[in-house]
Design a binder for this molecule. Sequence first.
Ligand code: APR
Ligand code: PHB
Length: 397
Amino acid sequence: MKTQVAIIGAGPAGMLLCEILSQHGIDCVVLEKHSRAHVLERIRAGVLEQSTVELLRQYGLGQRMDQEGHVHDGMKIVWAGRESFFIDVKKHLGKQFMAYGQTNIQEDLFLAAEQRGAKVLTQVENLQLMNLTSTHPHVTFTHNGDASRLDCDFIAGCDGFHGVSRQSIPPHLREEFEKEYPFGWLGILSQTPPLRDITYANHPRGFALASMRSPTLSRYYIQVPTGTLCEEWSDDRFWSEIKSRFPKEMADEMVTGKSIEKSIAPLRSYVCETMRHGQLFLAGDAAHIVPPTGAKGLNLAVSDVFYLSRALTAFYRQGMTQLLDEYSETALRRVWSSVRISWYLTNLLHRFPGGSDFDQRAQEHELDYLKSSHHAQAALAEQYAGLAFESSSAPIT
Ligand code: APR
Ligand code: PHB
């Protein structure tokens, strides 16, 4: 087989890249390790920055999102013993954001690929990236028991944190920045009406978050210690715990019900520098992970894909290599901005095991400052809403 761009991984990064490149007339093939059903089953975050929303619309992927998604002007922060407050993104920046599940985006992307007749091979095994520093790299893999080879000009490594792409960059050519947090988030999805606002709670018992997927589907999370097992948490125990972490009037408003999904995600920050090696370009979780506080993961996958698709399009249309050469640096600027805000919000809102009285007081003062300062709120709102994509450093025709 031969193509222009081999895309490894059919998560949101890989599938969005496939759609954008196809619309620009660039041939690509997506190679995915798991089945389509497995990819579509994963429940993940669901808050879209305005630039993500606009990009999806621009490529004709916004129809269902605009029907089913929920537009928000800001988010609420509550913490025990103090008055809650609202970070008004719309007031500060004139921007809004959208609650729309990653699972839905993944469905929309698969549907678009199907309608376009895109080449997406699933259940691909033993994938290896070869000759990355030559102008003719290729990918070897097994599909339906047959050994195959895909020749290409470029490889987009969109295969998530545990994929093979990042590992294919020799260790001495990449630098890794990592931080693990001593807790995870236990999340449930329940067919109950959500609270009105996305609400982050800081409580002595731990962090909690009330979010949503639709007017009849709620998503809730609580901070749990590393090593916690889902089986330890019945629905009743979860509801009683989350209610104890919210102010009484909000807890009373929570409509409880049977969970339809329950899972635990560890919290970690990770960045790989560089995001390019020869003809291999990393995008999304393959290159970086953020803790979910701030819901930046999916939005970063989308911004990487925006920069990468623009660089590839400029290469195929104009023979321009400048944007490809600048890709890693450009993408990483936005990555670090989201990594920093996710780290900031994680520190601000969680209770750290073993944290000292000093740490606790400093956190409380940070929260008080944020609550009372218009400037601090504007700064957080700007980051929460997401920065605009950088314009191209070279003219694209
Ligand atoms: N070969 C082929 N495909 C692979 C391989 C491999 N060796 N390893 C992993 N994959 C696939 C995974 O099965 C998955 O479908 O790559 C895909 C990567 O998708 P995601 O993990 O969803 O990553 P990405 O597309 O970058 O999306 C980032 O997902 O994890 C969330 O919070 C994160 O919202 C963010 C988004
Ligand atoms: C979610 O709805 O899943 C969600 C919302 C906000 C976050 C993280 C996750 O910060």
